[in-house]
Design a protein around this ligand. Structure first.
Ligand SMILES: [Zn+2]
Length: 269
């Protein structure tokens, strides 16, 4: 901490140096008769400058207290002990989703019509209950596999992609990775309130996730902080986040239309 105070003092000296020169220069020639007295405007300007410097020093002190000296200033110091990760403490915390209608920029939601045209219905007689898949082509692609933090029942290309998402999370956010839980993947039924359209869950192209087992409230525009972090990893792999649905469903991640078209071009689906 002593080093921190020293750095703060050096910073104060550095930041106030121009002001010191200015005052010194003025005090060296106080007798000059041509020198007009400092005007009220000039004094106000100086006061504003002092206030701004004080604010910058306060900010610097706050940063030092929080982060310790900048890396360049502690090159000869041993590494400090790992601080408590306050972000990790907040992974399960429920927060407002910022700009939720633009979280899927660059990706398109694969509508029920698009999915049906691309893949055929997962079964003909859809009800409100989860039932077995009967579409033979889709059944060939269906698999129950471990993708890292959870097990999912999905189409193979989606499983491979999901595994990549979680591999990245494991590398860049290991503390978050350890707290991911699943809330379901395959469920062959019609979209609630619809006649016969099937959602991405019915095709094995969607997964619901949460942090620490805390279930999300549908449609409240809020989500767990950890899910907002996960959303970036999903977006990079071409997955569409349910936070952007008309009725917000932020635990839901599904394969985007672009990704499905890519798999079709590659002959994977
Ligand atoms: Zn879902």
């Amino acid at each position: 901490m002593r080093q921190g105070i020293l750095i703060a003092l050096v910073a104060v000296a550095a930041l106030t140096a121009p002001l010191g020169w200015y005052l010194a220069a003025r005090s060296l020639r106080p007798a000059a008769p041509a020198e007009p007295p400092a005007s009220a405007a000039e004094l106000a300007r100086l006061q504003a400058e002092v206030d701004s410097l004080a604010a910058r020093v306060a900010g610097l002190e706050a940063r030092l207290a929080r982060d310790g000296p900048a890396p360049a200033m502690r090159q000869d110091q041993p590494d400090p002990p790992a601080a408590t990760d306050s972000l990790a403490d907040s992974f399960a915390k429920v927060v407002l989703i910022a700009g939720r209608r633009s979280v899927n920029a660059g990706l398109t939601h694969a509508s029920a019509e698009f999915l049906e045209e691309l893949l055929g219905l997962p079964r003909e007689d859809l009800t409100d209950e989860c039932q077995p898949m009967t579409n033979p082509k889709l059944l060939e692609l269906l698999s129950l596999e471990d993708v890292g933090p959870i097990k999912v029942h999905m189409l193979r290309p989606a499983i491979a992609s999901l595994r990549q998402v979680f591999r990245n999370v494991q590398v860049y956010e290991p503390a978050l990775y350890a707290r991911i839980q699943g809330s379901g993947s395959l469920c062959v039924r019609k979209v609630r309130g619809s006649h016969d359209s099937a959602s991405a869950h019915a095709y094995g192209l969607a997964v619901d996730l949460n942090i620490d087992g805390v279930l999300d409230t549908l449609g409240d525009g809020k989500t767990q902080l950890g899910l907002t972090l996960l959303a970036d990893f999903f977006q990079k792999e071409g997955w569409y986040w349910g936070a952007g649905f008309a009725r917000e469903d932020s635990m839901h991640f599904e394969v985007s239309r672009e990704k499905l078209e890519q798999w079709r071009r590659l002959g994977q689906i």
